[in-house]
Design a protein around this ligand. Structure first.
Ligand code: MTE
Length: 394
């Protein structure tokens, strides 16, 4: 297939050297190897490890989020990986366990690209404070972005290795080092085998080397990451170095203990709760900004909406209210509509002299409506209550 910005020859015709040239070439070694992401457009929510999101207004400028405005969520160090020395292992319930270099991976398997939205399960966590504050990075609604990813399909690599009949889950391990409560471990994720074997152009899990036509930056997982369309960002493992096919979900801390919806820190309950996979139906207002002074009797409101990550769902309706949810104005979609991607929208909303806030809610093609309130969970995941922005009447 042909990549819109980099031709097949760019990426594959020059073989793996194509991607290495992209990595070492005009982008500059120091930029790619820097532990500091190109964070000009981001608001840091945590300095170390670096966690940052864009101001919400940036999100609605483009359907495809530029790398500079794309949130960064890292639990630990940003590893420095030499792509020439890099290898990926495939092991577990496969007929032929293998170790493959980046160059071989790119040369041996057909290139594939997909546009997919990544969102952190903790996006909008700060809004739980209205019920009860939770710990963790206090995200506004900007831990989300949409990008074009290019790489090879996980299904092609797994078929090459030969998946055994008992396989039920696929684990991903990253190279970063995370220290919490005096313990050191690496980041991992896992996905059910059915998702790993999806072959559709929109739904296939990618082993991505590029984001928006450039080699992945260090912050976003250089040289290789998974991208799992429709699943929370935690399953799109950066700095991927090992894939294990198994009969159970990964025992990694980020699958077994966290990224689960539980009301309290109770080890027994956590152990028997399934990991979160799909994201949730959600929408947010990005413009006007919270606290804006509004003149006149109408305001143009812009934002994003996202389905719950289930195959075949699309956003059917987005509504905005300027009177706390008593009356609603439909929004128009202003972006392409594609599975597992957000949509951007715009609404021209009449104001009243008493308008104190703007509120949005989305409905999907199955009839599911975004709930007014989000149930509390002690880790602060998947906040998807109606998004409200306080405004002042000038
Ligand atoms: N992969 C590794 N190795 N380490 C991490 O800390 N964070 C995960 C995921 N992959 C993480 C990771 C989480 S929680 C999210 S939301 C996404 O990466 C964020 O991807 P981004 O930083 O490229 O936006």
């Amino acid at each position: 297939m042909t990549h819109p910005q980099l031709s097949r020859r760019d990426v594959l015709g020059r073989g793996a050297l194509g991607i290495l040239a992209v990595a070492y070439g005009s982008g500059g070694r120091s930029r790619l190897w820097s532990a500091e992401p190109e964070n000009g457009d981001l608001i840091a929510r945590q300095a170390t490890p670096f966690n940052a999101e864009p101001p919400l207004a940036k999100l609605v400028e483009k359907w495809m989020t530029p790398v500079n405005s794309f949130f960064v969520r890292s639990h630990g160090t940003v590893p420095e990986i030499d792509p020439k020395q890099f290898t990926l292992k495939v092991e577990g319930l496969v007929d032929k366990p293998l170790t493959i270099s980046l160059a071989e991976l790119i040369e041996r398997f057909p290139s594939a690209s997909t546009t997919a939205t990544l969102t952190c399960a903790g996006n909008r966590r700060s809004e739980f404070a209205a019920i009860k504050k939770v710990g963790g990075v206090q995200w506004d609604a900007g831990a989300i972005g949409n990008a074009e990813w290019l790489g090879v399909r996980l299904v092609d690599l797994l078929k090459h290795a030969g998946v055994k009949a008992e396989a039920r889950h696929v684990w991903f391990d990253g190279s970063d080092v995370i220290t919490e409560k005096n313990e050191t471990f690496s980041f991992g994720g896992s996905i059910p085998i059915e998702k790993a074997l999806v072959t559709t152009p929109t739904g296939a899990t990618l082993l991505a080397t590029q984001m928006n036509g450039q080699a992945l930056t260090a912050a976003h997982g250089f040289p290789l990451r998974t991208v799992v369309p429709g699943f929370i960002g935690a399953r799109s493992v950066k700095w991927l170095n090992k894939i294990t096919v198994s009969d159970r979900p990964s025992p990694n801390h980020y699958v077994a203990d966290v990224y689960k919806l539980v009301p309290e820190e109770n080890a027994e309950l956590i152990a028997k709760t399934s990991p979160i996979y799909e994201f949730m139906l959600n929408s947010a207002i990005c413009l006007p900004a919270s606290g804006a002074n509004l003149n006149g009797d109408r305001v143009n409101v812009k934002g994003f909406a996202l389905t719950n990550g289930t195959t075949g769902r699309s956003i059917k309706q987005i509504e905005v209210s300027a009177d706390g949810g008593q009356t609603w104005v439909p929004a128009k979609l202003t972006s392409p509509v594609r599975d597992f991607c957000w949509v951007l929208w715009s609404a021209d909303v009449p104001l009243t002299p008493k308008t104190e806030s703007l509120v949005v809610r989305a409905t999907d093609s199955s009839g599911e409506v975004q709930p007014q309130a989000s149930p509390w969970n002690y880790k602060g995941y998947q906040f998807n209550g109606w998004h409200k922005v306080s405004v002042k009447r000038a």
